[in-house]
Design a protein around this ligand. Structure first.
Ligand code: 6CS
Ligand code: FE
Length: 290
């Protein structure tokens, strides 16, 4: 298959225009949150809804989060990723929709699904779900990246036709490392330097060095779009395009910045062989069957 989004080929990194639509449904009046929401997602690459979920709903999910985070059986499994240099500080837990019916229900909630279905205009499946716990005191950063770049190179996602949904389980404030987004960056594809090492995910899920933009490309995107800090109380929901440049700072406050992520892919965009030529990553990071 021809590669429209070359990255990590060892050649000089390049900036390209996006070759795919952002909104797959041109009828903006079909958008469940209104045409203005659709226009905003199209232009900025994200849409933020503060307090979409109630305090009661969030309380239930917080208990689920604590159960999963402290589950002894999960400690032995690859789905649970600890912070770099630590054996007990939880950074990420993948496949939360399979470990918890409450998180599974969030992935099926119409407040989420209807908007994602509108954007992608296709049947959907879950490409990836995860809890990014970002603990207080010791939660480390996520360096700038486009998820699509990784999913294309390492998982074989062909086109930009996937959306991430982020549900805040704790308040995301300025100080505890909220998600930082570059508005409009979803319209450019930043090819990245280097070549992906074998079993890269074992390192990258803790600290990422490949699949990150070079300084000039990043500075260019931010000079055009600025930086939006996705702050809001627990229960807030962020929808963002798979190619949006984003990252987050570390968390040295006592307050965990915990978010649940649900990534929906269009069934017509199912994974093929990874474009970077490496072996496909495990199913818990990138569902192929789902
Ligand atoms: O490698 C991945 O698929 C994951 N890594 C990051 C930093 N973001 C998206 C995804 O969870
Ligand atoms: Fe990401």
């Amino acid at each position: 298959m021809q590669d429209d989004y070359p990255s990590r080929t060892g050649a000089k990194p390049q900036v390209m225009l996006r070759q795919d639509p952002v909104l797959y449904d041109a009828q903006l009046e079909n958008c469940p949150y209104g045409a203005a929401a659709a226009r905003q997602f199209d232009a900025q690459g994200f849409y933020f809804l503060p307090e979409l979920f109630s305090a009661e709903e969030v309380a239930v999910l917080n208990r689920e989060m604590q159960r999963i985070r402290t589950d002894k059986a999960l400690r032995q499994r690859e789905e649970l990723v600890t912070e770099p240099g630590s054996e007990d500080c939880v950074r990420t837990v993948f496949d939360i929709h399979l470990f918890s019916t409450a998180f599974g229900a969030v992935a099926n909630d119409s407040r989420i699904l209807d908007f994602v279905r509108f954007i992608l205009k296709d049947d959907l499946y879950l490409h990836q779900t995860r809890l990014n716990y970002k603990p207080g005191f010791r939660g480390r950063e996520f360096y700038w990246h486009s998820d699509f770049e990784t999913w294309h190179v390492e998982d074989g996602m062909p086109r930009m036709r996937a959306v991430s949904v982020v549900l805040a389980l704790r308040d995301n404030v300025d100080a505890n490392g909220p998600m930082l987004l570059v508005p409009g960056s979803h319209r450019q594809f930043i090819g990245c330097q280097g070549v992906t090492p074998r079993d890269h995910y074992k390192q990258s899920l803790k600290e990422q060095y490949f699949g990150t933009p070079d300084d000039d490309a990043l500075a260019g995107l931010i000079s055009e779009g600025g930086i939006f800090s996705a702050i809001g109380p627990a229960g807030s929901v962020l929808f963002f395009d798979c190619n949006l440049m984003h990252g987050s700072n570390s968390n040295i406050t006592p307050f965990a910045r915990s978010n649940a992520f649900f990534v929906f892919n269009a069934v017509s965009n199912r994974l093929v062989q990874p474009f970077g030529g490496t072996a496909p990553r495990p199913e818990f990071i990138a569902h192929r069957e789902g």
